[in-house]
Design a protein around this ligand. Sequence first.
Ligand code: FCB
Length: 479
Amino acid sequence: MTTTQAAPSTDALQFPAGFLWGSATASYQIEGAVTEGGRTPSIWDTFSHTPGRVERGETGDVADDHYHRFREDVAIMARLGLTTYRFSVSWPRITPQVTADDLGPVNPEGIGFYSDLVDELLAAGISPSITLYHWDLPQALEDAGGWTSRRTAERFGEYAEVVAAALGDRVPLFITLNEPWCSAYLGYASGVHAPGRTDDAAALTAVHHLNLAHGLAAASIRRAAPTSRVALTLNLAWVRPQTDSPEDAEAARRVDGLQNRVFLDPVLKGAYPADVQADTAAVTDWSFVQPGDLDVIAAPIDVLGVNYYSPTHVRHWTRERPKEHADGHGEGKASPWIACDDVEFPFQHGRKTDMGWSIDPRGMTELLLRVAREAPGCEIMVTENGAAFPDVIDANGRVIDTDRIDYLRGHLAAVHEAIEAGAPVTGYYLWSLLDNFEWAWGYGKRFGIVHVDYNTQVRTPKDSALFYADVIRRNALTR
Ligand code: FCB
């Protein structure tokens, strides 16, 4: 709407000049049009169409119909005053005939869709940030092994080069991967995400091939779009041991290794953590790491994207009591936590979102400060943060989502605190612009600051959207 910012007020938490205010989405969660524009199936099409995988059997076939309504959606972003927008490119729209051995031809309609979106954003004064992979792997690649195959990483590097060459003149930031933790462990160990496999060795193989894919894509972006910046987005955990006991500290070490260090260390230090390799030695010998891979993975990045929603509480588990798992992946189900049989995720009292995730903004500050310490010189952006609540449209057509506003207030204050303490955080992307297809939860969980009526596709900005627009206009959080 406007790029002029209101005068600073003294009782407000003022953000640095030029701070980027955005919102984030992902292709499969909003686009719909899954058979249009030459697109071929991704693993999420297959998964969501498999009975029992997604709540109520819902799929992303239509989602928010953003593929057809992107101009309306950009107009909403402009009215809110967003200065940047993070979206993902659906790989099967770009190279629909990809196989494990060959990227196949580039689909002009696929490139065209994202090119039009980029132009629409730029015309509205909104800076586009592209995520190259937000989980919708072409099904043909999964059929040939998916992320357990090195060839998937190689094809990803080539696909990244295609997108960077086509859009790099207009896109200042490319994010290679979104949350490889989810792709590897939820996709291949617990099986709650596509492709739904439950094989610990496959999941650790996927971890490495995702890291390699990031490195190959980073190099592609440098070649094809030399003026664009390169980022990687991780869902890092703020791991809290339940007590000061050495057993709980050990539980925290294991979870920290699998969630944080197995992704951070290869990129920042060019090595896998020795303790994680030792912990998982019975599962795999890590021979999938080939000479030279770590050099590729460790190439410098410009921005580290951090997604934060909730803290991770851990406790040592003994067989004397049933195992708890605060986010629902408890005993009896396959676990994403490999070699963590003696770790549990104890139930936490206190405020929760509709996902059952504990609300704890302190974790955001602590996590950003840790990343700042461990990645000196690397700019940080919060590439996702937000909350699901059971919103309702009231009789006046309004969504009064006070819970979400409180969540955002707390977390924006936490980001501000981290900046004050020295963390080089330059932007914040709220998850999410629109209510959308929340993966295995389907449409039941609403994360948007804009309500979507899935019958009519009518968009209604919630009160949180107006709150966020005010923060953006002031470049500050008023108390
Ligand atoms: C993150 C995902 C995003 C969305 C939010 C709620 O893990 O990156 O697509 O599902 O969680």
